[in-house]
Design a protein around this ligand. Structure first.
Ligand SMILES: [Zn+2]
Length: 353
């Protein structure tokens, strides 16, 4: 009797093994994911997938260590390396764009994003040119820290004030449809951006642990409100806006020199002190003449800035000689260095460095 039971059990076990094996063979994804009929192309809301889709939720919760120490986890297919991922940040919109080349168009279905973060406002997946594009919109600016472990990539969103000794916002004035002032076919927005790019190069090579956020590093026109909100929300230690001056009429003239606008209604005087350092540094480094420190409270980004603000007018686009200088790499580099020095001097004076 005993022997017969054992035989039956062994037989049952054999049948079970064969059927499970053949099922796995027929449906190779089954051992990892529930099969889901995903649309081939299009933009998916990953947040909606996680929130609304039961299937995705079940899939997403499959085999996850409950005490994951990270906020989000991506999984990479075996043909994709961690090094091939690129991350682009647009701090003014609080977005991170994670590009993953070599994945399939239904990547987020087959490799569910798992984890949680209360700070994500929107999270989409798009697919173009054999590249999966995850776009995260956060509730404010974070430092995105990524770590890789095997086929997993972990994303963590850190508070900038906990990562850096000091926070600075640098704004290239105008952009996009707003060219700023112009003369002889030269647009202010372009000179502003060229100088800010050089400021970025200097900060990127600097040994100071400063978080520098740029309102724009390409040709578009962020709203004034968004520019100043970036500085205010970060509670930046300094907010610098880079501009080029012109005569009121826009006509070519002999008027030239550097000028810095500050917020006179700032009771701490920090805006004026920072602006004074910007002006001093420009005068000595550029050898430009002084148009002085000017109260600029009528200007929106100055008036509404809750952090020490300086709006530096490098020189006059309407002065032929100064315009030609400001178009040169060398003069732009000097202007960038002067403004960098002014930032460092002010941060040191305020005990931040
Ligand atoms: Zn301007």
């Amino acid at each position: 009797m005993q022997k017969r039971l054992e035989t039956v059990l062994a037989l049952l076990l054999a049948v079970l093994t064969v059927s499970v094996t053949s099922l796995l063979y027929l449906f190779p994804q089954m051992h990892t994911y529930a099969f889901y009929e995903a649309p081939e192309e299009g933009v998916y809301s990953v947040l909606d997938l996680i929130r609304d889709d039961k299937t995705y939720l079940d899939v997403a919760s499959y085999n996850i260590e409950e005490d994951m120490e990270h906020q989000l986890r991506l999984e990479l297919p075996s043909n994709v390396s961690y090094d091939s991922i690129t991350i682009r940040e647009e701090p003014i919109y609080h977005t991170f764009t994670v590009s993953i080349p070599g994945v399939e168009s239904n990547y987020v279905y087959n490799y569910p994003v798992v984890g949680s973060s209360d700070n994500i406002i929107d999270f989409t997946f798009d697919y173009a040119d054999d590249t999966g594009i995850l776009e995260l919109t956060m509730d404010r600016v974070y430092v995105l820290k990524t770590t890789s472990e095997g086929s997993y990539v972990y994303l963590d969103f850190l508070d900038p004030s906990e990562v850096y000794d000091a926070l600075v916002v640098v704004d290239a004035g105008h952009g996009g449809k707003d060219g700023g002032c112009n003369s002889a076919g030269v647009l202010e927005k372009e000179l502003n951006l060229q100088i800010v790019e050089k400021i970025k190069d200097i900060f990127d090579k600097s040994d100071y642990n400063i978080g520098v956020y740029y309102t724009r590093l390409r040709d578009f026109n962020p709203e004034y409100e968004d520019r100043v909100t970036l500085a205010n929300d970060l509670d930046a230690d300094l907010f610098l806006s880079v501009h080029i001056n012109s005569t009121a009429s826009g006509r070519t003239s002999g008027i030239n020199g550097s000028e810095v606008m500050y917020r006179s209604s700032d009771p701490s005087g920090a805006s004026k002190a920072f602006s004074a350092h910007c002006l001093d540094a420009m005068l000595s480094t550029l050898g430009s003449s002084s148009k002085g420190l000017v109260a600029g409270d009528e200007i929106y980004i100055i008036r509404t800035s809750k952090v020490p603000v300086a709006l530096a007018e490098i020189g006059f686009i309407t002065n032929e000689k100064e315009r030609e200088k400001m178009q040169s790499e060398e003069y732009q580099q000097k202007a960038a260095l002067a403004l960098y020095d002014a930032i460092i001097t002010t941060l040191k004076e305020n005990g931040k460095l």
